[in-house]
Write a protein that binds this ligand. Sequence first.
Ligand code: CP
Length: 334
Amino acid sequence: MSNSLLLFFVNTHKESGENMALKRKDVLGLRTMNQQEIVEILNTAETMKYILQQNNKRTPHLQGKSIVNLFYENSTRTRLSFELASKYMSASSANISASSSSVSKGESLIDTCKTIERMGADVIVIRHPMSGAAHIVAKHVNVSIINAGDGMNEHPTQGLLDMFTIRENKGTIKGLKVAIIGDIYHSRVARSNIWGLSKMGAEVAVAGPSTLLPIELDKTGAKVCNSVEEAVDQADVVMVLRLQKERQQKGLLPSLREYSQIYGLNKERLKLAKENVLLMHPGPINRGIEITSDIADGIHSHIQEQVTNGVAIRMALLYLITRQRRKYDATVYQ
Ligand code: CP
C-alpha cells in the first residue's frame, strides 16, 4: 500500500469516530495534554514508523507547508529528527540557530518568531534555555509552536517518543513501574515523562541526589525513592537521565566520581529490575557517569530505538498539528 493511501485510511478511520482528539494550535507540554491526545499521537506515530521502514519514506502530507526549526541551544536528535520528519512528509524546512540569526544583534524571541511567521511558516519548532519560552511565543503568534525543550520545564516530544517506545515494547503503559534515575531537578525530559506516564497509568519512581530532586515532585504523583536500588527494584522500565553539567550550580552535586558510584546505573543495579526490563536514555549519553557502556550497549538497551521513534513521533506531530492549521491561517496575513 502506498504511504499516501496508508495515511488516508488512518485518517478516514480517525475522522469517522470521536477519537480525533488533537485539536490544539501548539504542543507546549505534556502537563496540559490529556490521555486521549497522547493516544492519538502514539497511534499516528505507529503509521509513521511503518512509513519510515519502507524503502520510499516520502509522503505528500505536508506538501506546501513550511516548518522552521529555531534552536537557541545545541541539539542533534531533536533538531535533525524534526528536519527529516519535515522532508519525509514533503514540507519545506529551514533551520535557524541563535548564533547565526539576528538574535545575536539583540532581536527579541517574539520579534524573531513574528518575522518567521510573516514569511509564511506553518510551524515553528523552538528550543530555548528559558523555561516557559515556547509558551510566551505561542501567545504572541498565530503560527503553531512546538516546544523542543524549554529550559528545565518540558521536552514534550521526547516524553512522547519515550512513551511510544515503552508501548511498542510492552504493549501498554498502564500499570508498569517506570524508574527515572538521576538529575531530575534540571531535567525537562523527566518532567515531561512524569506528567505523561502518570496520565497513561504508569507508576513512576524517581531517584537521584536529594539536591537534584525538585520539591514539586509530590504534586506529580511520582514516588520519590531513597536510593537508585529502591527505584529500580522490579521496574519494567529504567530511564536514566543525562547529568546536565552545563546547568549545575555550585553545591548541588557531589564529585562526578561520587555521583557515578552512588547514582550511576550499572549491571549490578540493573539486575534488580524485572528480567525483561527496558533500559532507556534520552541522549546524549555521558558514558561512565550516569550509565556504564556495557549496559548502554547491552541487550536491555532501547536507546537507539528511541532515536528512530523520535522521527516517527515528530512526523506524527507535524502532521496532526498542520491538519489543525486551516482555522488559524486565515488570520496570519491580515
Ligand atoms: N534527547 C535530546 O533532546 O537530544 P538532543 O539534545 O540531541 O536533541
